[in-house]
Design a binder for this molecule. Structure first.
Ligand code: SF4
Length: 174
């Protein structure tokens, strides 16, 4: 039986704004992850799963792993070498999950074990006030309560350096 996935190629490395000195990485899978993500959603450590948008975020210690159909992002990675090894391990884990899918029940309901601090960790943390809140923590609390949306944090959208954080934040709050 052939493996689900050949590889996840490391396609981008960005400075990790949550932890200076570390990087966030973006991987591109050799095949869409859409079919396997509902089975990966049976694994522990899920922060947010949305079957409609096929987006799945796991909490790492530290950071997050987000899987979309066409993209994988990892925050707070030591360096690109560690990132490439993590993508290799992730490919193996995805293939193992796919092989065991007959014993798993694909998850079709959304899941959320989010904490306000998870959201805060992905905001710029500059307390610039552009969103109308006094602090990023206040904005994170309102994001958590679903009273605000990531799009209302303008720096997240205007600074390309925040792109991967924005994608993770949007998948968590969608
Ligand atoms: S606009 Fe964004 S960076 Fe500025 S205070 Fe609000 S949440 Fe923080």
């Amino acid at each position: 039986m052939s493996a689900y996935l050949d590889r996840i190629e490391l396609t981008r490395t960005l400075p990790c704004l949550a932890e200076p000195g570390k990087v966030q990485i973006v991987g591109t899978p050799s095949r869409s992850l859409a079919e396997v993500i509902p089975y990966l959603a049976t694994l522990p450590g899920i922060v947010r799963y949305n079957p409609e948008t096929v987006s799945l975020t796991f909490r790492r210690r530290p950071g997050f792993l987000t899987l979309l159909a066409d993209k994988v992002t990892l925050t707070q990675v030591t360096d690109p070498v560690e990132g490439a090894a993590m993508l290799e391990n992730l490919t193996a884990a995805i293939n193992a999950t796919w092989e065991q899918r007959a014993e798993l029940a694909a998850v079709t309901r959304s899941a959320r074990t989010l904490r306000p601090l998870d959201l805060y960790s992905l905001l710029p943390q500059t307390n610039c006030g552009e969103c109308g809140e006094a602090t990023c923590m206040a904005f994170a609390a309102k994001l958590f309560m679903q009273e605000r949306s990531p799009a209302e944090c303008l720096p997240l959208f205007s600074d390309p350096g925040f792109e991967e954080r924005r994608i993770t934040l949007e998948s968590m709050t969608a």
